[in-house]
Write a protein that binds this ligand. Structure first.
Ligand code: ADP
Ligand code: MG
Length: 399
């Protein structure tokens, strides 16, 4: 993507009407990441645009599978292959940054080998560099741009977390952190159903990752076949909720393709992206959710304000409170297909922002999580009243 592409991308996001998802995907990884970032910015885009852009999270781009052999030669030292009985040539999955192949070690262990698509890192870096140059010139010519939108700040942020994702060592390390959190909380909270695949560190590096093959099916697959049991989804809320609300560090990409159901167990995979959120949002949001699950809207209105870095009060708060109550007028008892929780949450935050509240950036990874979770419930059990089903977890999560 060159600067013309970038200008066109921005125009399509800000213009009336919804942006063209396929076109964005064709522009490459950087364009997709920029689109994904804007999908969460309900504070300055309209909901329709955000919802539409969120389709970029389920990247289904058909990138031709590169030959495995070439990639392996590029990424590994001589002798690496001798550890394997075989590595299948056809990938079992090919997604945003990598592709995954089944394999078996000489020891008989069934594994998967994940490879980074070589061109991706290179093109992504090239695109970021050229866009940085363009933005610097643009800011030089229009200094106001920097103050209003901080485009370089946004770009640097995208660069950082995408490069994190493109380096598989992060997937190993973040997986370890999430596992460590589970293990050090066994006494406190039942996380017995949460599992992580074993990682073969000595066979892995930045570009290649060998891990235990998990026999089972992804939530994504089960949802498509209408075979996912709602209880499994509630278990996911129970687990993910613990990380978000009680720890503040959580799997940053909790979409249905990254959870494998194996028997009764839920495996978290693809742990490259890890998100964290500050204490204020953590506790405030838990209170908000709990009050919402009992439809205590007056309290909810206060809780949202408590979550903000910059709170509002006096007349400003009263005006906001009134609009808040109006927003939730018909919420009670509604099923997930009648009212989308993500949408409601986005509207709520937008109301807060428009009323003068300022939230920390950590808010956006939570919206992303919610978007995924709520999307799963709609597919799995469209008549569920999720807020009411969550009461028991939210009660348990209180410190
Ligand atoms: N350890 C594993 N066992 C079984 N299947 C796996 C495993 N790891 C990945 N997969 C399959 O490959 C897909 C993509 O893997 P993932 O690690 O999520 O890569 P990506 O970063 O490309 O999304 C998963 O959705 C799942 O179907
Ligand atoms: Mg994945």
């Amino acid at each position: 993507m060159n600067w013309v592409g970038f200008v066109r991308l921005m125009k399509s996001i800000y213009d009336k009407g919804v942006p063209d998802i396929e076109w964005i995907e064709k522009q490459g990884l950087l364009a997709v990441k920029i689109g994904q970032t804007f999908a969460l910015r309900i504070d300055f885009l309209d909901e329709e645009t955000c919802t539409h852009l969120s389709r970029l999270y389920s990247h289904n781009s058909n990138i031709p599978s590169e030959t495995v052999e070439e990639l392996i030669d590029m990424y590994t030292q001589e002798g690496w292959r001798e550890n394997f009985e075989y590595i299948e040539k056809m990938p079992i999955a090919s997604a945003s940054v990598g592709q995954v192949h089944r394999a078996r070690l000489r020891s008989g262990e069934e594994v998967v080998v994940k490879l980074i698509k070589s061109d991706f890192t290179k093109n992504f870096k090239k695109d970021v560099d050229s866009l940085k140059k363009f933005l610097k010139t643009a800011i030089f010519l229009y200094p106001k741009l920097d103050k209003v939108a901080d485009p370089l700040g946004i770009l640097k942020n995208i660069e950082k977390y995408t490069l994190d994702e493109l380096n598989l060592i992060n997937e190993i390390e973040h997986g370890e952190i999430l596992k460590g959190i589970r293990d050090s909380n066994v006494e406190r909270y039942d996380l017995s159903k949460l599992k992580f695949p074993k990682i073969y560190r000595e066979l892995s590096n930045e570009n290649i990752l060998v891990s235990q093959f998990i026999r089972g099916e992804t939530f994504d697959h089960l949802l498509q076949q209408k075979k996912l049991d709602y209880d499994n989804l509630l278990e996911l809320f129970h687990i993910h909720g613990f990380y978000v609300f009680n720890i503040g560090t959580f799997h940053g990409d909790i979409h249905p393709g990254n959870i494998i159901l194996s028997g009764e167990d839920l495996y978290f995979i693809d742990t490259g992206a890890m998100s964290s959120v500050g204490e204020k949002i953590q506790t405030g949001l838990l209170k908000f959710m709990e009050n919402l699950s009992y439809y205590n809207y007056e309290e909810c209105a206060k809780n949202l304000n408590e979550m903000a870095e910059v709170e509002i009060n006096g007349k400003k708060f009263d005006a906001y409170r009134e609009k808040f109550l109006k927003l939730y007028e018909d919420f009670e008892g509604k099923t997930v297909s009648q009212v989308s929780l993500t949408r409601k949450m986005m509207e709520t935050i937008k109301l807060g922002v428009n009323s003068g509240m300022v939230f920390e950036k950590g808010m956006y990874p939570i919206i992303k999580s919610l978007m995924y979770l709520d999307g799963m419930v709609i597919k799995c059990n469209p008549t569920a009243v999720l807020m009411e089903d969550m009461r028991r977890f939210l009660g348990e999560l209180k410190k």
